[in-house]
Write a protein that binds this ligand. Sequence first.
Ligand code: GLN
Length: 539
Amino acid sequence: MKYIFVTGGVISSLGKGLTAASIGTLLENRGLKVALQKFDPYLNVDPGTMNPYQHGEVYVLDDGAETDLDLGHYERFTNCKLTRLNNLTSGQVYQMVLDKERRGDYLGKTVQVIPHVTDEIKNRIRLLAERSGADVVITEIGGTTGDIEGLPFLEAIREFALEVGSTNAIFVHVTLVPFIKAAGELKTKPTQQSVAKLREIGITPHILICRTERPLDRDARQKISLFCNVPFEAVIEERDVEHTIYEVPLMLQREGVDELICRLLRLETPPANMRHWEEIIRKLVSPRHRVKIGVVGKYIGLQDAYKSVYEALSHGGIANDCGVEIVKVEAEALEKNDPAVLLKDVHGILVPGGFGERGIEGKIRAAQFARERRVPYLGLCLGMQIACIEFARNVLGLEGAHSTEFKPDTPHPVIALLDEQRNVTRKGGTMRLGAQPCQLVMGTKTAELYGAFVVNERHRHRYEFNNEYRGAFERAGMRFSGLSPDGKLVEIIELADHPFFIACQFHPEFLSKPHQPHPLFKGFVAAALELQKSRHNQA
Ligand code: GLN
């Protein structure tokens, strides 16, 4: 079993997760089985209770774990199957240690960071190695070297590497080499200092991945090599990508990263075959067609809040040889401005998941616009609930129809709390979470897109469609095209008389990959392309 530990230095947001995922891609394409995991030093048990400003998107796994968005990269870039074992936070570690202490497992000893906390961390690495049966386990440590809360994790991986031996574990450090305009040069000092910080605690990186906007010239590489005690060929340039994040594996391959890793870990494999990956990039960089998709959200200004949604849209584009330009529309702006103006040029409207009342009326107006103007609509989770509220109000004439999440005393609660949720007061991990089966109704557009009878999709919600309204909705032209196997929960809706109006109570964006675009996103982009072509022909 081989281990790669990925740490980050200088600043956050360097794309450590993408780098770890890309190393995974390369190793997988050399025929190795990889497992990826992320350690997050914060004290929350999981990111499920954090808001998008703090954390960006919460990525949900099949088993219902609410995890860091880097796990989304891991799943999109590799075939590795992730579970709650693949994301460990300090909160979980301390919870385990304190549970043991209360049970008396420590037999009267003083409980300490070293060895008790570090042992739990090391156990998790071993556990994943055993359970995954992988050839290589890649562990990314969140945060930046120098953070106080990251220290136990760094200490744990130092000990672990020592225990398994130098040909079985390596450290990859992702760092920043900024270009200072006034001086007209790349600066290596931040990297030197961050490596010095690592060496202080006993970790000497084997490979330095230098994030930079300019090419890393020979001089800079030599200087970094000398001052950081890393061989010249292990100083790797990782430039900002030009078009898409899916270029990162190819960039690292050109720099020889996978070759180097295999040499250090004594892994004998053929070179990575990246042909299918190159084809994906060709379709992303120079697609035959182009469409614009309006995404109407509450956290639209944040890069990371809808990460998987944006990725899944680009995958839908790949499937149609179509570039997808995302038009980000602030939901609240639709409350003050005419949707016909803000959504004029888009060929499709997507309302993603969300919580809380802000922007709800704007989203409802977006759904109304899509339904009335026959613009393709894809609603995800809250986006389905929004579509139902809009339909109730404007098609069925149920004035004041709403979700009880936003208006507990609405006269027409078309969206209401799941029965099992009524007495739940604790917040963490208590929603309807993870993969659940959904039975598709034959003869619907949804079933046609999936080409299947039963699908498994990932959920994260508390509220659902209120069955008392099913009859009225159906009579007015809404079809319930996906239901839970017992028929009790509405999982997917579609409008019969519309080119593409589909919304689901789950999050299909978590199951889309560049080489396996999700059927709903594929169909949505295809419908948008139809609209784009017909507008083009009319013009
Ligand atoms: N707030 C809604 C619910 O809890 C939708 C959740 C979501 O979009 N993820 O049901």
